[in-house]
Design a protein around this ligand. Structure first.
Ligand SMILES: [Zn+2]
Length: 195
């Protein structure tokens, strides 16, 4: 699982957020900043991360979880055009300052081609992953954390539906279909990073 490996996550995912208004920079090379944070046990992780995202420019999505030692963690995703790295860092620092009690573990920079290779390795064939841009590919990583296969994500993305063969209340986007099914217990998280 890409996100688990990339950000050294283990344990289980307990929540996720997506920003359906996250813009893309078509024609520009894009870069993503992933910030991993931890928080004390008595914090309500979804609430804290919700506060953080409301203060964070350029956010794309986030996953929240709890590791096997019981520590709550979150990975928050931002993106921007290549060259805007300093702005992304500043926005992250400002938002983190605004929410007390979140401890920054690590910042990870992720470029578009690294993401594209992940999807190519996992069998995306019909749709060229690079043509989708960074936001959909980052949302695909969140879907993957909820147990949805990367190749299937790429294939379904243009249709805006994760479960064409299943009766469901369609959210109109693959990631939001997956998250809704996951919350309803119909899509299970597979813990642990890929080998
Ligand atoms: Zn659907």
């Amino acid at each position: 699982m890409f996100l688990a490996s990339y950000c050294d996550l283990e344990g289980r995912t307990t929540g996720a957020f997506t920003n359906s208004n996250a813009g893309s920079f078509v024609g520009d090379d894009e870069i993503a900043l992933l910030t991993k944070v931890e928080m004390a046990d008595d914090r309500h992780a979804d609430t804290e991360v919700g506060y953080l995202l409301s203060a964070l420019g350029g956010w794309v999505g986030a996953v929240v979880g709890r590791d096997s030692a019981g520590t709550q963690f979150a990975v928050v995703m931002q993106h921007g055009p290549v060259g805007a790295e300093a702005d992304l860092s500043t926005m992250a620092d400002q938002a983190l300052e605004a929410v007390a009690g979140l401890i920054v573990v690590e910042h990870y920079w992720l470029d578009l081609m690294e993401l594209v290779s992940h999807y190519m390795v996992h069998g995306a064939g019909i749709v060229e992953p690079k043509s989708l841009g960074m936001v959909p590919l980052l949302h695909g990583l969140i879907s993957e954390m909820a147990g949805y296969e990367p190749a299937e994500y790429i294939e379904r993305f243009p249709s805006g539906c994760a479960y064409p063969d299943r009766d469901h209340q369609c959210e109109g986007s693959v990631v939001n279909d997956v998250l809704r099914a996951w919350q309803d217990g119909q899509q299970s998280y597979r813990p642990g990073p890929e080998a």
